[in-house]
Structures are given as C-alpha cells and as structure tokens.
Design a protein around this ligand. Structure first.
Ligand SMILES: Nc1ncnc2c1ncn2[C@@H]1O[C@H](COP(=O)(O)OP(=O)(O)OP(=O)(O)O)[C@@H](O)[C@H]1O
Ligand SMILES: [Mg+2]
Length: 197
C-alpha cells in the first residue's frame, strides 16, 4: 500500500508521541553524543538548533554542550510578517523566551539577535519522517522548505541535518519539487550521510 504524505505524518507523529519518557531521554542522550562528534559541528562557530515539540528528539543536552564549547546556538523564530518563513535568532541561557502561535518557545524577536542563514555551519532540523535518500517530511507548513530555498544559489551553504527517532524512518517518502533534501540524518542508532548526486 502506498501512503500519502498525510498518512505518513499521522503514523510517525503517533509513533514518536507514544515513546516513553525513558525512551525520549535515551534518544536525546544518544543523539547528542552522535551530533557532538560530527566534524562539521566540532568545527562550527554557530549551529542552528530547535526546541522539541510533539514528541521530537530533545536537543537540550546538545545545546548545553555546544554552549559549553563556545559554539554559538540559534533557534528558529516564526517570521513576523513574511508568511511562513523562519528567522534564526541567537540563543543563549540568558535569552528571554516567548511562546509562538504553535505554543513553541522562541527567543523574543530583537533585530540585533537575528543571524543570517550562512552564519551557520550546521542547521539541525526536526522532522516528522525521513528516508535514507535524505528526503524530509515536516509538519506540513513548508516553513523550513521556504526558508532554506534561499540557500540554493549560495556558496558555503550550511550542512542540513535532520534529527529523528528511528521510528520516523520510511523506506521511500513521497517527495514534492519544493522539498529541500537533507545532507545527513542523525537518530539514536544511525548517522546517515547522503552522498551528493
Ligand atoms: N519555496 C517555497 N515557496 C513557496 N511555497 C512553498 C515552498 N516550499 C514549500 N511551500 C509550500 O508549503 C506547503 C507545505 O510544504 P510541505 O508539505 O513540504 O511542508 P513540510 O516540509 O512538511 O513542512 P516544514 O518545511 O515546515 O517542515 C506546500 O503547500 C508548498 O506549496
Ligand atoms: Mg517539505
């Protein structure tokens, strides 16, 4: 049976929301360990991260580790007027946070905290589903796709890394022409690098 994108989203969101608190904790630790040894992260001056929502793998442990290593961290913030785009803002333990319209905390929007996409060497992204070719299925808003579409013609693009539980893997996801593929995927048990075509 071939699943539609909506069916995949339902299946994966249920699977990750059904993980126990212990499984979530173990996933966060394992993923932080794998990400912290990626050469691109070790050498990075700035990494874009996310705060978990809806059963996503938590990056809280990794964020603390990066900050302790003096690697700057950013978080996505919904663009205030450019429809369904993201901004990336500097995030430190001192950032004042505010919930967005999806109930996800984000740094308060201050112009001096906005960081350009190309200031990041790595962008870590949550996802709903992935496959071994680097195809990414998100929550369905197109936020990351729209925002990262601007990278296409630019040199020095950040490494795009999807972070997921193992139960979020599909054999082959249906792909749309606007989907921005991942360069790598990290789960608690796998570090997948997608070779360039
Ligand atoms: N570069 C783009 N320009 C305009 N619209 C876009 C672009 N990328 C995606 N969209 C629109 O966004 C909508 C949602 O896209 P899609 O289903 O791929 O979301 P997603 O990848 O699951 O979400 P997200 O990127 O937020 O994780 C689609 O209707 C698509 O037309
Ligand atoms: Mg997409």
């Amino acid at each position: 049976m071939t699943y539609s994108r909506a069916q995949w989203r339902k299946t994966f969101r249920e699977a990750r929301n059904n993980l126990s608190a212990k499984a979530q904790q173990q996933a966060a630790t394992a993923v932080a360990q794998r990400l912290s040894v990626l050469p691109e992260i070790r050498d990075a001056s700035r990494v874009a991260t996310y705060l978990d929502n809806d059963g996503e793998v938590s990056l809280a442990a990794l964020i603390s580790l990066l900050q302790a290593r003096d690697i700057a961290t950013s978080l996505p913030v919904l663009h205030p007027f450019s429809g369904k785009h993201l901004l990336f803002l500097d995030y430190t333990p001192l950032s004042s946070m505010k919930k967005n319209r999806f109930g996800i905390p984000e740094p308060e929007l201050r112009c001096q905290d906005i960081r350009l996409l190309e200031e990041h060497q790595v962008i870590l992204m949550p996802l709903v589903g992935f496959d071994s070719k680097g195809n990414r299925l998100g929550m369905g808003g197109g936020f990351y796709d729209r925002t990262l579409a601007k990278l296409n013609e630019r040199m020095m693009a950040p490494l795009l890394v999807g972070v997921a539980h193992d139960c979020q893997q599909a054999d082959a996801l249906p792909v749309m022409h606007w989907d921005i593929p991942l360069n790598a995927i990290v789960t608690p048990t796998q570090t997948i690098r997608i070779s360039q075509p």
